[in-house]
Design a protein around this ligand. Structure first.
Ligand code: HXC
Length: 314
């Protein structure tokens, strides 16, 4: 679905900021990552988005391409970030068809609401594999291209365009701990840590590596998986509202722009100060549910996307 520009990007940015640059995005057909990609494309970049679902990924690529006349956006479906070769093949195709990789967004993630008591080892492993191993595979497959891009785009070139930047999309759950999200919190802690290692090992080669940690963002797949009480959650955010996808796109443009050149190894929380309110009434919890009672009854919000139909094998 095409989005009006005001929904995926603020009017802050200058046209052509990312001209002749290429962004590679995992999970790029998802609601948050497609908005990030759309903003970069609107500002001049070409893009390659990858995802597991072929139809969804190709459709999203076509749609994102409408953000700018002449934009080249490739959608590579059937690509699972848990499989290194799958990511490496997509990277190779991206470079062959678009000429380079200047920016990377590691956005592929897995989530569902479940207490530890109902979480099988394979359920835990699935999320760790998608988030942590998937981010590692993305880092590993793209870094050589990011180093090349950083060499071509040393800081403070006259026209102010950049290259050699990577960011991962994380979460804030591990700051406080979060019931029903043990797998995701552990995974996102791993993602944050990995991105710091990239900053330390590749900063000297001109690459920046950062994390964006979104809070609750309206009308996203993540929200549909975590809560059916959007309005209520929004009213509890110190910022007075739920986030919008453009809040995350704007943070992305900042980090990839010349304005973000000295920001490296950072976690940029974009959540209206939501995480500072604490974690026990977060994902999977309705207003009628009280901590810790729902842990004893096994109750979680009804009708969440990704909810398990059958009982755990445990
Ligand atoms: C308990 C569950 C479960 C559930 C799956 N499993 N859903 N366990 N409760 N609701 C278990 C399965 O039973 C299985 O374990 C194991 O997890 C793997 O499930 P599969 O379906 O075989 O795996 P797979 O097809 O690889 O799917 C991965 C997935 C799925 C993570 C389980 O939900 C998925 O594809 N998600 C991708 C999209 C996604 O989640 N996007 C959310 C992004 S939002 P057993 O033991 O039975 O074999 C996001 C927000 C972060 O990340 C926070 C932002 C603020």
């Amino acid at each position: 679905m095409s989005l009006p520009e005001s929904e995926y990007m603020s009017p802050t940015w200058r046209d052509g900021l990312f001209n002749n640059r290429v962004v590679f995005v995992t999970g790029g057909a998802g609601t948050i990552c497609s908005a990030q990609t759309r903003a970069l494309v609107r500002l001049g970049a070409d893009a390659c988005i990858i995802g597991r679902n072929v139809e969804k990924t190709e459709k999203a690529a076509k749609d994102i391409a409408t953000a700018r006349a002449g934009a080249r956006v490739i959608g590579i479906g059937g690509c699972d970030v848990r499989n290194f070769q799958s990511v490496a093949d997509a990277v190779e195709r991206c470079v062959k068809e678009l000429g380079a990789i200047d920016f990377v967004i590691a956005g592929a993630a897995g989530n569902f609401v479940v207490p530890l008591s109902g979480m099988s080892p394979n359920a835990f492993k699935s999320v760790i594999d998608i988030d942590v191993l998937g981010t590692f595979n993305t880092v590993k497959a793209t870094l050589p291209h990011l180093v090349t891009s950083a060499e071509k785009n040393p800081h403070a070139k006259a026209e102010g365009r950049t290259g050699g930047r990577i960011l991962a999309v994380s979460a804030t759950f591990h700051y406080t701990g979060m019931p029903l999200q043990a797998h995701v919190a552990a995974a996102k802690a791993g993602v944050d840590s990995l991105m710091t290692s990239v900053a330390l090992e590749y900063g000297p080669r001109g690459v920046t590596s950062n994390v964006i940690a979104p809070g609750p963002i309206a009308n996203t797949e993540g929200m549909a998986r975590l809560s059916n009480a959007e309005a209520e959650i929004g009213s509890r955010v110190p910022g007075g509202r739920l986030g919008a996808v453009r809040d995350i796109s704007d943070a992305t443009v900042y980090l990839f722009s010349d304005a973000g050149s000295y920001v490296n190894g950072h976690v940029l929380v974009v959540d209206g100060a939501s995480w500072r309110m604490g974690g026990a009434n977060g994902p999977g919890v309705d207003s009628t549910m009280q901590y810790p009672n729902y842990l004893f009854t096994g109750e979680i919000s009804k009708g969440l996307a990704g909810g398990k139909k059958s009982k755990s094998k445990l």
